[in-house]
Design a protein around this ligand. Structure first.
Ligand SMILES: *Cc1c(COP(=O)(O)O)cnc(C)c1O
Length: 415
């Protein structure tokens, strides 16, 4: 039996793997299977493939190949960045209790690392965001202190698509570092969780002014379980590994690397970034079309940055304020979970706030942080995210299905 055709609108949770990426992985599973640390021919060939992958990534984010640490995905990269810096800082308390800054709307991978650092004795500031999810540069400036070790602010939010002013934030950190003497020994390190950025946002680490940057292949059409952390050369000594062993990845991440996965990930990254300007405008048009129509339904509202108010800015690629593929809606009086299941029964995959809290029905911390507190709005949150294979026809079917499901659910709850 042929499986029913599914409309997939959950690209922020994960993306399908491009066939070119699958093809690139194949030789490294069968013919070239050596351990990249082995010194014989087979090992050398594996290593060559992996180092080519590293070069591809380094070119596309404008860093040196030695500044890339391969990991098992976004979560591990984020853990290595935050706990790697945090554990080391907690060992050296000559400067007082180490202080960290993040925001209230980070991915759980980030927030849970900071909870752990708090347990270990660190002080953490969680910055507020405004009603569209933006962090104000001034609030970061106010929070920076002589004890601050690391700032971690996500590039683009996975639930509501808010794109932070990373450049403005990094400039604030840079000015603070200049004012604080000992520029090289005691600088505040800036990490950004950029898992949602590839294909949509500038990833040039030097232009952005970030020191650490996390990405995950499963969000850019590569094989799951692969990711990387960019570590600016001069900060390598500020990190401790989380996984100990044979000293792979410059001692920062032991264990035999997932060579085939990384080769496939590099291919996917290359293809995702290529022609992204055209793809961004195609997806943004679909986003606008969908939002315009879905807001015609009664008591439905958009969470996150207003795509129409920011349209003039959006025209200039650099000033993107919302991910072009993100649509987050509140449907008054309806459970998001129920709506998701109704659509699933019609063959449409969407998500409630976030796919990353493993089936929990708790209200999203992101939705709460942007001030959607009324029960009747906050419980009816759904997230629709578009991607490379999304068509207008799929969106038309989804609009119709949403309309039917909402009126059905409202009828049921009125009984
Ligand atoms: C997906 C995602 C992660 C986690 O990445 P995994 O590869 O699933 O571990 C972290 N942060 C953000 C913003 C994400 O979207």
């Amino acid at each position: 039996m042929k499986p029913k055709k599914v409309i997939y609108l959950d690209y922020a949770a994960t993306t399908p793997v491009l066939k070119e990426s699958v093809k690139a992985t194949k030789p490294y599973q069968t013919e070239v299977f050596g351990n990249p640390s082995s010194l014989h021919t087979m090992g050398v060939r594996s290593k060559k493939g992996m180092e080519e992958a590293r070069k591809t990534f380094s070119k596309l984010i404008n860093c040196r190949p030695e500044e890339i640490v391969f990991t098992s995905g976004g979560t591990e990269s984020v853990n290595l960045a935050i706990l790697g810096v945090g554990k080391k800082a907690l060992r050296n308390t000559a400067n007082g209790k180490p202080h960290f800054i993040t925001t209230k709307i980070e991915h759980h991978a980030v927030l849970e690392c900071f909870r752990e650092l708090e347990v270990m004795g660190a002080k953490v500031t969680y910055l507020d965001v405004d009603s569209e999810g933006f962090v104000k540069v001034e609030s970061l400036e106010k929070a920076l202190s002589p004890q601050t070790v690391l700032v971690s602010i996500m590039y683009a939010n996975n639930e509501i698509g808010t794109v932070q002013n990373i450049l403005g934030l990094s400039k604030a950190i840079h000015s603070f570092n200049i004012k604080r003497k000992g520029l090289n020994t005691n600088r505040v390190i800036f990490h950004t969780d950029a898992c949602q950025a590839p294909g949509f946002l500038d990833l040039n680490v030097n232009r952005l002014g970030v020191d650490l940057l996390s990405i995950s292949a499963s969000k850019f059409y590569g094989p799951k379980g692969n990711g990387l952390l960019f570590v600016r050369q001069e900060f390598k000594t500020k990190l401790e590994p989380l996984i100990y062993g044979g000293g792979q990845e410059m001692g920062l991440r032991s264990g035999t690397e997932n060579v085939s996965g990384l080769v496939g990930a590099a291919k996917a990254f290359e293809l995702t970034l290529k022609n992204s300007t055209k793809e961004i405008s195609r997806i943004r048009d679909l986003q606008k079309y969908f939002v315009k129509n879905v807001l015609k339904l009664k008591d439905v509202k958009l969470n996150g940055p207003d795509i129409f108010a920011h349209e003039a800015q959006a025209k200039s690629h650099k000033l993107i304020s919302r991910l072009p593929n993100n649509i987050n809606l509140s449907v008054k009086g309806v459970e998001g979970e129920a709506l998701m299941l109704y659509l699933d029964a019609k063959g449409i995959c969407i998500s409630t706030g976030s796919a990353c809290s493993t089936g929990s029905t708790e209200r999203s911390h992101v939705i709460k942080s942007i001030g959607v507190t009324a029960e009747e709005w906050s419980k009816g949150t759904i997230r629709i995210t578009l991607g490379k294979f999304t068509t207008k026809k799929e969106l038309d079917i989804t609009l119709q299905a949403l309309k039917e499901s909402i009126s059905m659910l409202r009828k049921v709850s009125n009984i």
